[in-house]
Design a protein around this ligand. Sequence first.
Ligand code: GUN
Length: 289
Amino acid sequence: MTAKIINGVAVSAEIRKDLKVRVEALAAQRVVPGLAVIVVGNNPASAVYVRNKIKACADVGIHSFRYDFPTDADPRAVLDLISELNDREDVHGILVQLPLPPQFAISEILRTISADKDVDGFHLYNVGGLVVGNTVFPPCTPYGVVKMLEHEGVALEGKNVVVVGASNIVGKPMALMLMQHDATVCICHAKTRDLAQFTILADILVVAAGKPNLIVPQMIKTGAVVIDVGINRLPDGKLVGDVDFAGVSEKASLITPVPGGVGPMTVTMLLYNTVASAERRNAAASLRQ
Ligand code: GUN
């Protein structure tokens, strides 16, 4: 069996086409969706991600506002900026790029962002919404994975899904979203003993561990759907995921590449959440008139 490759760039392009139509509809009501992006320090990976996010905003007609702080910034200055952005009419989404330097308490930063503008879906209110199955802003990476699976017609109900990685940004919200779709979900993490005994059972395997070649063909079931969320830079500069792509492609039915798989979907779902936020705010304002 040779797996079909899920093209994240193509799926993203379809979603972005729809978003442009929604942005035009908002423009007709004099609303331009706005995203504020806050960057602290000069993490090279963050610099690339933020550049991609800002470029993608321009592609669909979202206004972006970028704010840069030095690595030794006082967290108070960032908190003050967030409070100001919370009150701005032209800002519908606020994103603080992670990781942050050690003097920052991430939880304090995230809870200062208004839950109504939390397009990353990291505020506790939105995390709670995810737990009970009605969050306003689902976190972008797992949301992108769900959209990709939907696009490929992969049913989730009753499927065995194994998520490798239990981070707050990907693994945990991914598991909650899949449960909401009635999948049987197992979460593995760095302390899991004998990972293969779990992964071999997966109809759908989602890997977000940050370890190149963690998943090799012997660890997967023939015909499994394999979603690789990992982004790792090898010493030779090559970008790879967490899955042995060449080997696993021979055994899976569907697989995402790195790059060009989940990465573009993450950015697209950020745009999606920002447009949805502008629509919500506009609908609420129309009701008040
Ligand atoms: N750092 C790595 N991934 C993300 C993300 O999805 N959002 C933010 N804000 N920071 C990140």
